[in-house]
Structures are given as structure tokens and as C-alpha cells.
Design a protein around this ligand. Structure first.
Ligand code: NAD
Length: 499
């Protein structure tokens, strides 16, 4: 069986800790590889090599750094199918969805080609007599990213592309569940011309993460994953003075107003609720129809659509709607939550619990489930299910729907479907959620805007990609310079005011 090690100094190296985890094919339920789990000493060695390589990379002018990313984009396009296959084999998502995973990362690499422009500082000519003032953006040094299983291409690229474009060295700790694609990405960066040591991939679990958190030479950490881990890492890393941004879980509500085009709303709910088996932080997991008539009509239209969703392994062809979930544990957790919803009195109008895939009986498949009459106290509403389960919470009015979404502890994404501009405008202005869609169910901002949730979906003040990424991965230095013509004689004891 293949053992996936780490990627250090431009090449694959075996793990040395003796600890390993199995990597499954979720469609068959079989272990297909093992991944090495790094020890603290292996993390420290990766950091040391990165630290040695970083100053020369920071001194490479930003245009040349950007050219590495330009080449990287070309290589991503060349290898798109190979990368997508590596993702689908370990994650279980369909091939078109896996290509989308690569594409949304590639677009951030494209954005980062603009690094020379994005890194330009500010300059004030004549801030005082003979005085100029300017600011520059400088890299932080060695920075790290800890990423989740659900986007093994996109999220690592969201992290390492801007960090590296800014002149940092990057330690990537990807999810141990689907480590192959991040290793391929690192190889492509080397092929694109990145010097050795600037992108190190350290595979591992909690032990490697703790080592990253404790390492004094890691200046910043970007994390994406579940909320409890995000909150833990945010607190721990911030306490040691590291710069840190952590993005967590979600419970995304989609409000359907009585005036919405219901067919469009149904299309949106089916795609955004069940795509990638619901394993997206921007999946719609709660439908909120406003008014009983809207709710009845919506459920009537949703049921046959959900019942006819095509589930299968990624090898079954491009018309499969979604594949298995990531692991046996995830499957039993999801099934347990569905049972809890039934016990709590919610109406399971489409029951996918008994689903099995012929020929793939040991695969981690969960059939699509649709709940009606879910209430906010139920576990299925309170927890992020991260599976192919859509809950419907009926709201009596627009204000009730707004209030429900505002009260939810998560604030990643939300959407409203309506034909009324004033309602949509009121919603976008008042809602306490980071990413909002108007007749758009998965409002994932493009590479040149920022991605980030509010409340328990995001800890820290800067977003991922967009101009914020260049702020996160650099620190500003402001220089005030005066040349002799502006210098007056004598010591000044009061605070300078540039008078
Ligand atoms: P996870 O929290 O289990 O793991 C994320 C990373 O943290 C992995 O690299 C993992 O090895 C590490 N990790 C896990 N447990 C840890 C612990 N106790 N201490 C230290 N490190 C630990 O998340 P996941 O299951 O891989 O991903 C799914 C979650 O990620 C969902 O909650 C989803 O909503 C969230 N997510 C959020 C965003 C966003 O931008 N907000 C994007 C994608 C996914």
C-alpha cells in the first residue's frame, strides 16, 4: 500500500515518526493508502529549512515571485484532470466538482499574480517641511496553514498562493483524510520555479498542529475547519502573539419569500443543499420558506427532486449529483443526527437512511434526506450536519426569518430568494452574516473579493483571498524621513506635529 510522506525542500520524503493514518476511498470504504503523521521534531525541521530559504525569496522582486504563480496556473490547467482524480479518489466528490475545487484555487493563484501591484505601499510627498512619509508591506517570515478535508485543492491554494506571493515561506498541514492533492500541488509549485523550502507540506494530525501552534518561528497561522478547533487554535495562537485567522463551521439559511420564483428556489436548494453531499461550508442546510403557502408549495416541489437525486462513485460518470461522505464515522454521525431529528418530531419527508449503492455496499454513502417542520431547539438545527440533509424551518413572516438567521450562532453564508428589491436590500443591510446571496444560493466571493464568515464561522479580522490576504501575510512598516533642508536646530521636547 502506498505511504504518503511529507514534502520538504522540494521533494517527497518519508515520515519518521512511525505514526500513520489510513486514507480511504469513500466510495468503496477501503483503505487505499497510508499517510505519515508528523512529530513535533519533523515540524521543527520543516520550519528550520523554511526559515533558511525565506530571506532570499523575500529579496526576490515581486514580479519574479508572481511569475512562479503565472507558471503554476498553466501547470494547474495542464494537470486539471489528474488533480481532480486525486481529489475524487480520496474525498469522494464527483469529478466535475473536483475540477471546481481546483479551479477556485487556481483563480486565487491568478489573483496573486497581481502581487507587485497589491504590495505597493503608500507615499506622502512633503508630509512636513522636507519630510516624506511612506509605508511598505513586508513579509512575516515563516507562516503556516492548517486546512480541512472538504476542499483539498482550493483551501491550501487560498492560503499558500498569497503567502508565497508576499515573500513568505509556507508550512502547509493539510487534512490527513485526503493528502494526495496537496502533495501534487507542492510538486507543481517546484516545477513552476519555486525555490526549495518555500512551500513545505507536513502531513499529520493534532500532534503536528500543536507543534505548529507552539513553534516560536511561525509568525502567522491560517486555519480552516470545524468551529471548536478553529476557536481553540485562535485562542492558543493569539496568546503566543502569532497573527491568526481561523474559519469555522456553518449553518447557512436560505430564505424563500412568497414572491420568489419557486422553481429557481428549488433548483438552488437542491444544488446548494446536496452538492458535494452537503460537505461544503457554504452548503445551504436550512431552507426558510416564509408563510405556510410558500412552505407547502416549496416542499411539494422539493420532494420529487430530492428523491430523484443521483448518488454514486466518481467513476460512475458525470451525471452523478453527489458521492459518498468522507468517512465511516461521518456517515454514522450523520445518520445519528437524522434519527435524532425524527425522534424530536421533525417531519422526514424524504428518508435516505436506508440507501445503499449496489456494488459499493461498504462505501460511505448516505441517501438524500429532507426534513420539514424543524424547530430551532432540535439538534438537527443546532448542529452543522455536513451531510446530504436539508432542514426546513417554516417562518411566519420576513421578520421571523431574518430573526431566525440572525440568532443562529454561525454566520458564514446566507441567501434570500425574492423578486422584491426593497426586501433584498433590507436583508443584505441588516443580516449578521459574512457572505450574502440575493437569488444566489452559494455566494462564494471570487478571488479578488474576500471570503470569510461572522460569528462562530470566523475568528480574526481579515478575510481569505482578495486584498485582505495581502494584508494578512504582510506587516506594514511606515517610514518618516527628513533630509537636512528640513531640520531645524535644537532639541524638540514636545510631540512632533509637522507644523
Ligand atoms: P476539522 O476541524 O476536523 O479539521 C481541520 C484541520 O484541523 C485538519 O487539518 C485536521 O487535521 C486538524 N484538526 C482536527 N482536529 C484537531 C484538533 N483537535 N486539534 C488540532 N487540529 C485538529 O475539520 P474537517 O472535518 O476537516 O472540515 C470540515 C469543517 O470545516 C466543517 O465544519 C466546515 O464547515 C469547515 N469549513 C469551513 C470553511 C470556511 O471557510 N469557513 C471552509 C471549508 C470547511
Amino acid at each position: 500500500m502506498e505511504t504518503i510522506g511529507h514534502f520538504i525542500d522540494g521533494r517527497r520524503v518519508p515520515g519518521q515518526s512511525g505514526r500513520r493514518a489510513e486514507v480511504f476511498n469513500p466510495a468503496t470504504g477501503e483503505a487505499q493508502a497510508e499517510v505519515a503523521l508528523a512529530s513535533a521534531a519533523e515540524v521543527a525541521a520543516a520550519v528550520e529549512r523554511a526559515k533558511a530559504a525565506q530571506p532570499a525569496w523575500a529579496a526576490t522582486n515581486p514580479q519574479r515571485r508572481a511569475r512562479v504563480l503565472m507558471k503554476f496556473v498553466e501547470l494547474l490547467n495542464r494537470d486539471m484532470d489528474r488533480l481532480a482524480e486525486a481529489i475524487s479518489r480520496e474525498h469522494g466528490k464527483t469529478l466535475p466538482d473536483a475540477r471546481g475545487d481546483v479551479q477556485r484555487g487556481l483563480e486565487v493563484a491568478e489573483f496573486c499574480i497581481g502581487a507587485p501591484h497589491l504590495l505597493k505601499g503608500e507615499f506622502t510627498d512633503g508630509a512636513g517641511r522636507g519630510i516624506d512619509m511612506y509605508s511598505m508591506r513586508q513579509p512575516l517570515g515563516v507562516v503556516a496553514g492548517i486546512t480541512p478535508f472538504n476542499f483539498p485543492a482550493m483551501i491550501p491554494m487560498w492560503k499558500f498562493c498569497p503567502a508565497i506571493a508576499c515573500g513568505n515561506a509556507f508550512i502547509l498541514k493539510p487534512s490527513e483524510r485526503d493528502p494526495s492533492c496537496p502533495m501534487l500541488l507542492a510538486e507543481l509549485m517546484i516545477e513552476a520555479g519555486l525555490p526549495e523550502g518555500i512551500l513545505q507540506v507536513v502531513n499529520g494530525d493534532r500532534e503536528a498542529v500543536e507543534a505548529i501552534l507552539d513553534h516560536p518561528d511561525i509568525a502567522a497561522i491560517g486555519f480552516v475547519g470545524s468551529t471548536p478547533v478553529a476557536q481553540h487554535i485562535y485562542g492558543r495562537a493569539a496568546a503566543t502573539g502569532k497573527r491568526v485567522q481561523c474559519f469555522g463551521g456553518a449553518k447557512n439559511h436560505m430564505i424563500v419569500m412568497p414572491d420568489a420564483d419557486l422553481d429557481q428556489a428549488v433548483d438552488a436548494l437542491v444544488g446548494a443543499g446536496y452538492g458535494a453531499a452537503g460537505e461544503r461550508c457554504m452548503a445551504v442546510s436550512v431552507a426558510v420558506p416564509v408563510g405556510e403557502a410558500t412552505a407547502d408549495a416549496l416542499i411539494r416541489k422539493l420532494v420529487p427532486r430530492v428523491e430523484s437525486l443521483k448518488i454514486g462513485p466518481y467513476t460512475a460518470g458525470e451525471d452523478v449529483d453527489f458521492g459518498p461522505v468522507i468517512s465511516r464515522e461521518a456517515k454514522s454521525r450523520i445518520l445519528g443526527l437524522i434519527d435524532s431529528g425524527v425522534e424530536a418530531g421533525a417531519d422526514l419527508v424524504v428518508d435516505g437512511r436506508g440507501f445503499t449503492m449496489q456494488g459499493y455496499e461498504s462505501g460511505f454513502f448516505v441517501g438524500a434526506c429532507l426534513f420539514d417542520r424543524v424547530t430551532p431547539e432540535m439538534e438537527i438545527y443546532r448542529q452543522e450536519i455536513f451531510g446530504p440533509v436539508l432542514s426546513t424551518v417554516r417562518a411566519a413572516s420576513y421578520e421571523d426569518a431574518l430573526e431566525l438567521t440572525m440568532r443562529n450562532e454561525f454566520g458564514n453564508g446566507t441567501a434570500i430568494f425574492t423578486r422584491d428589491g426593497a426586501t433584498a436590500r433590507d436583508f443584505t443591510s441588516r443580516i449578521n452574516v459574512g457572505m450574502v446571496g440575493v437569488n444566489v444560493p452559494i455566494p462564494v466571493p471570487l478571488a479578488y473579493h474576500g471570503f470569510g464568515g461572522w460569528k462562530k464561522s470566523g475568528f480574526g479580522d481579515l478575510n481569505q483571498h482578495g486584498p485582505d490576504a495581502f494584508r494578512f501575510y504582510t506587516r506594514t512598516k511606515t517610514v518618516t524621513s527628513r533630509w537636512p533642508s528640513g531640520i531645524t536646530e535644537g532639541a524638540a521636547f514636545s510631540i512632533p506635529t509637522m507644523e
